[in-house]
Design a protein around this ligand. Structure first.
Ligand SMILES: Cc1ncc(C[n+]2csc(CCOP(=O)(O)OP(=O)(O)O)c2C)c(N)n1
Length: 515
């Protein structure tokens, strides 16, 4: 099964009662696997902060819960995470992170292990199918042993690989048991320092728990050059340098004493980690000759591929030349976003702030219809900043899912602070970029069940915008006119470009005719 399936299976075998997620490659398939392969209740949440907070609610009932997201999702969910570690959890709460070294489908390469360090919570880093499943189960055990959320750090290479996995029977789900514990569940000033102290006191115990299991272990070898291999890079070390002494690191916090003992008699230490240099920093305090990203021996950007490791070991001759031509993403033929962008260009805005979704590809030639893109939701807020400096005819372009994820607050800000901007919401009835998960606008739940639909027009009206119109992007003249009007008239104006994604249009049509 896929690495993502293995994590879903691990959570299922651990007896989770709920799963939450907001889609984002490479983590999307974790919840999709739970949806398809289990009957565990679950939700596509509105955003990652919501997903983690809902998960925390489940944990408060004493039940186990899995929350999955892509690495940048944790930036959105960082607020609850940072205090959740102080309050602690009741039922096991595991956050499965999909990191993306190489940024195959992401806006950056951030390393979730640093969030674990920042929040003072443990992190487990599986490296194959068996550990993907088993570490997920162990993460729940760890979470409940120390009443702490646990990060399971994975990446594209593991989540999207087919791997052998042994199946076991699932544990029964736990009974709901609510407790009222204001001293520990309310981070009021009178409690905070004590809770922080308690969190600090857990650290050596967690380190011990990790040390007692085989997350971090030495594989003896020949010679005076040793490798410290973190997470998935352990596979590269075993494949290309099995003869060398290897220290496998897959559980954090790592015992410094273990690293000190491993490097003591070595002349040179190579640190392999896919992400930012976390363990290398520790190793450099303990040994004078450490090769890694900080020393410049390993590229500090991009995925740590087998090629890079071979070169590092002086076995570069075995490197295979790149055979696959690059296939950068592009808007599909027939995509309604294309027609929208053609109209937008004709309406001649002075600046177009973009957002994250399929429509970001409108930035590419021949459309060239986007000037900036920062993170989810930032199109509207970036536009406010630009317009506030006197720039006129500023358009913000945002997708329907992205608008609900983190655009609404920006729209409220625009209304409240009287910005003169045009907001274009591209409603294609789906979360297209991540593989067509349902959006709240179509009122369908994760397993295709009917639920309440969110009405975008009414929502924008309720935010207090000066005007909101819905236009079919295939009606070009109508669209150009609506966009021009929005750009020329002072105030906050919303144009909703409404037409289903071509890849789901057929499915939606079938649903409508059936209904
Ligand atoms: C914080 C964060 N979470 C998740 C993602 C992954 N992601 C990229 S675009 C997107 C949503 C796209 O949906 P929508 O806005 O409806 O646009 P569409 O792709 O359908 O055009 C998601 C979930 C991300 N880049 N950043």
């Amino acid at each position: 099964m896929l690495g993502a399936d293995a994590i879903a299976r691990g959570a299922y075998e651990a007896g989770i009662s709920y799963a939450t997620s907001y889609p984002g490659t490479p983590a999307t398939h974790i919840l999709e696997s739970i949806i398809r392969n289990t009957d565990v209740p679950c939700e596509w949440s509105i955003n990652e902060k919501v997903a983690l907070e809902v998960a925390y609610g489940v944990s408060l009932t004493g039940r186990r819960v899995l929350c999955s997201m892509k690495h940048v999702g944790l930036n959105v969910a960082a607020d609850p995470l940072m205090t959740m570690s102080y309050l602690g959890v009741r039922g096991g709460l595991v956050i499965a992170m999909g990191d993306d070294p190489g940024a195959y489908s992401s806006q950056n390469e951030q390393d979730s292990r640093f969030y674990a360090y920042f929040a003072k919570i443990p992190c487990l880093e599986p490296y194959d199918g068996e550990t993907a499943k088993n570490y997920t189960k162990l993460a729940f055990e760890l979470s409940e042993t120390f009443h702490i959320p646990v990060i399971l750090r994975t990446q594209t290479r593991l989540l999207h690989c087919y791997l052998p996995v042994t199946l076991e029977e699932p544990l029964p789900q736990k009974e709901v048991s609510l407790v009222k514990d204001p001293d520990n569940l309310l981070p009021l000033p009178k409690n905070v320092l004590r809770l922080h102290k308690e969190l600090n006191a857990k650290q050596p115990l967690i380190e011990e728990w990790i040390a007692e299991r085989n997350f971090n272990e030495v594989y003896p070898g020949e010679g005076k050059v040793g490798i410290i291999a973190c997470g998935i890079t352990f596979n590269y070390a075993m494949e290309f340098a099995q003869e060398l002494p290897i220290l496998k690191i897959t559980g954090y916090p790592v015992s410094k004493a273990l690293i000190a003992k491993f490097v003591k008699d070595l002349e040179e230490v190579i640190v392999l980690e896919d992400g930012y240099p976390l363990v290398e920093k520790i190793a450099r305090c303990l040994h004078p000759k450490v090769k890694g990203k900080l020393s410049g021996d390993v590229p500090a950007e991009g995925e740590l591929s087998p090629d890079v490791v071979l070169r590092l070991l002086g076995k570069g001759a075995e490197v295979q030349p790149e055979k696959v031509p690059p296939r950068p993403p592009t808007l599909c033929p027939g995509c309604p976003h294309r027609e929208f962008f053609k109209a937008l260009v004709e309406a001649k805005p002075n600046y177009i702030t973009g957002d994250i979704g399929c429509y970001t590809l409108g930035a590419l030639p021949p459309l060239n219809a986007m000037d900036t893109c920062l993170c989810m939701g930032a199109s509207i807020t970036n536009a406010i900043g630009i317009a506030k400096q006197g720039v006129q005819r500023v358009a913000a372009v945002i997708g329907d899912s992205t608008f609900l994820h983190s655009g609404i607050t920006g729209l409220l800000d625009a209304v409240y602070n009287r910005a003169n901007i045009l907001v274009c919401i591209l409603d294609n009835s789906t979360v297209a970029m991540t593989g067509h998960q349902p959006t709240p606008i179509i009122g369908i739940g994760p397993r295709g069940e009917e639920t309440k639909a969110i009405n975008l027009v009414e929502l924008c009206k309720a935010c207090g915008v000066d005007s909101v119109v819905e236009v079919d992007p295939l009606k070009k003249e109508e669209m150009v006119e609506a966009l021009k009007k929005g750009l020329e008239t002072p105030g906050v104006h919303v144009v909703i470009s409404k037409r289903p994604c071509v890849l789901i249009a057929g499915k939606l049509h079938k649903r409508e005719t059936k209904a």
